[in-house]
Structure formats: structure tokens, C-alpha cells
Design a protein around this ligand. Sequence first.
Ligand code: F0G
Length: 355
Amino acid sequence: AQQWRGVIAEYADRLPEHVRRTVVTLGEGGTPLVAAPVLSERAGAEVFVKVEGMNPTGSFKDRGMTSAISAAADRGAKAVVCASTGNTSASAAAYAVRAGMVCAVLVPDGKIAMGKLSQAVAHGAKLLQVDGNFDDCLVAARKLAEAYPVELVNSVNPDRIEGQKTAAFEIVDALGDAPDIHVLPVGNAGNITAYWKGFREYAQDGPATRTPVMWGFQAAGAAPIVLGHPVDEPETIATAIRIGNPASWQQAEEARDTSGGLIEAVTDEEILAAHRVLSAEVGVFVEPASASGVAGLLKLAAAGCVPAGARITITVTGHGLKDPQWALRTPDGGDVQPVRVTADVVSIADALGLD
Ligand code: F0G
């Protein structure tokens, strides 16, 4: 069989010309949609997880970055900039390398997971740690791109949304139609915007007969859309979605309202509990922010709000190796201690409780 060619080649007929002309790809997309019997049982539904950590740089951002960098290359851009909680910077840095562009990234000081920081550095990005949060970084990045010859590759760039919408196509292609409900984390709200666009396009003139209901989940300490006002000092252990004033706020509300869906909050404790369920029971290792959709589903299931037997897809957005420290904590906040043994078979068997 032919190898997966990346989202632009695979979905060329559904992407604009200026994105398709000068393709910069790392083979992104084609990620697994994994059945999750444990979640299905807990929710009384049929649940699948779309494992976006399987993308080349370990997050869903690669789908939008291939299209944004390809369009920038087509326009002859030499340099790109983004604000980021980490994953966008890792992705932008990698695709900029492929395009021979300079990449500048603005990240909030001290709030970036180590894996993401190392990626941006390894790919040679000009990394600036800004004395401020993500929202401050995005304002600065937008102004920089307006005043200087640098293209902005955050999801406010419509070329990003084009690539990212392909995740919705893949889900419909895998299931044969749209799910009843699609669940995902919400931070800057680009991804919910992109999924909704993709699901709508496929229902208008593609293989889907309908669109799903969209369920988005923000972290409780960074839940501006839920609260109805910006949050000045967002706080959550899910640093990827530590965002107080999402750029695509209005589009997220539109996806929620036209789909008959909801956007709600989950606490850090609920996120970490869902993170453990995903690792220890489903077999999928994600970073904390990525578990917030699962946290939301489990919360609504416990409240009896999940329609019985519904077909539900959940995007888990980023790989666990991005931010692995959480796996080494016990539920009560202690450190996981490895069991030490001498290198002989009897003490090893003994430690394993084998007779
Ligand atoms: N999950 C992960 C792992 C993310 O990195 C992000 C966003 C989201 C969810 C939320 O997606 O912003 O489209 O609503 N990360 C951005 C970044 C902000 O800079 O990497 P969204």
C-alpha cells in the first residue's frame, strides 16, 4: 500500500489553491481513531479517541502548520512568528526548518513543558520567553507581524484552519459518517473552529449525512468562554490551554450554538484523573491538556447527561512525552518511587510477587 502523503496531498480537493501549490509536509495526519471500550462502558456510549499525539511533532498543530507554512512559502515568506503555550512553537519550528524559513516563537516565561521547549530549540527557532502569559504573547506576535516582514502562523491565520479541518474529514472517513458528538479541549479555540468547519463541509457536499454536536472543555482556572468574560491570570496544570482570552472565541461559540453543543469547564483534578484513565486503562499516553475532553465526557456521564448508545469521538491533542512529569505523581500528589532490586532472578521474581 502507498504511504500516507500528509494532509494536503490526501485532501487536496478540499483545500485552497494557495495552500496546495508549494507543499511543505512532514507526513502529518492519518492518525489512529482508537476504540476505547473502557470509556464506552463508563459513558454508556460508543467512544473512540483520535490520537493526535501521533503527528510528526507530537500534536494536532502539524495539520494546520503544513498548510500555514505551505501558504507562507507560496507567498515567498522568509520568516514566521507565533505565540505559543508550546505545541504551536514546536510545530512551527519543525515546518520552518523544512521550508528554509526563520522561525521566531514567543512563549510565556516558565510555563512551557520541557518536551515542547526542547523541540523548538532543537529545530533552531529563535525562542523568546516573554514576561507575560500566552495572551500577552499573542498580542505581541500579531503586532510584530503587522509591522515587520514576518508571517503570523497562529490559528488566527486562516491557512491554519484549512489544514486542521482535515481531522474532521479523517473521523468521518473512518466511521462512514459523522459521530453523534465530537469532544475536544478548548484553549485559543482554533481547533474547535477547524473541526466545525471540516464537519460542516463534509455534511454539505461530502460523505457525511449530518454534523455532530460539539462538546468543548476548558480548564476551570482558564475558562473564559464558560464564564463569559476574559480571565486576566489564567491558571491550570494543563499549560497548553492556560489561555484567558481566546482569539477564536466567537467561532467557538458559533460551533457550540449551531451544533446544539456545549462548552464547559473541568478542574485540574478531573483532568489528571482522566489522564490516568487514558494511560492506565485505555493505553493512550497524552499530555494533561489533552485529557480535558475525556475529563468532560466522564463528568457529563456521571451526571447522566450522555445520550445512551451515542457514537462519540474525542480528540486527544498532544503526546504524553511532551510533558511526562504528571505520570510520575501519585493521585495524592506524592512521587512515584521505583522498586529497587538486585540483578538476580529470585529477588526480581520476589518483587513481582511470583511464586
Ligand atoms: N491541546 C493541546 C495539547 C494544545 O497544545 C492546545 C493549544 C489545545 C489543546 C487547545 O487548542 O488552542 O486550538 O483551542 N495549544 C496552543 C499552542 C495554544 O500554543 O500550542 P486550541
